[in-house]
Design a protein. Structure first.
Length: 93
């Protein structure tokens, strides 16, 4: 069985001879008979947002939509809007 060093610290487990501590950078760790999800996003960002703004976001979410996905999509759209557009061969934007 593989466990992360952080999990050992949190649970206070003492690894046995058969337990291997996985390096923190490993993306997939066996968890018994199932696998953990692959890490898709490399970095995490703490974003201070007012309760009012969160309430507005939550009010617009679909039933199967997550807040983090909404924020990530909004950031992508804003970046696309602000980044310079590539010009075509004819010089039009």
């Amino acid at each position: 069985m593989l466990v992360t060093a952080a999990a050992v610290r949190l649970r206070g487990d003492v690894p046995s001879d058969t337990t291997k501590i996985a390096a923190p950078h490993m993306a997939v760790l066996p968890l018994g008979n199932r696998m953990a999800r692959r890490k898709i996003f490399e970095a995490r960002v703490n974003l201070p947002i007012t309760a009012e703004l969160l309430a507005r976001i939550d009010a617009t979410l679909e039933s199967d939509e997550y807040r983090v996905d909404f924020i990530r999509d909004a950031l992508k759209r804003e970046l696309e809007r602000r980044e310079p557009r590539k010009t075509s061969k004819r010089g039009h934007k």
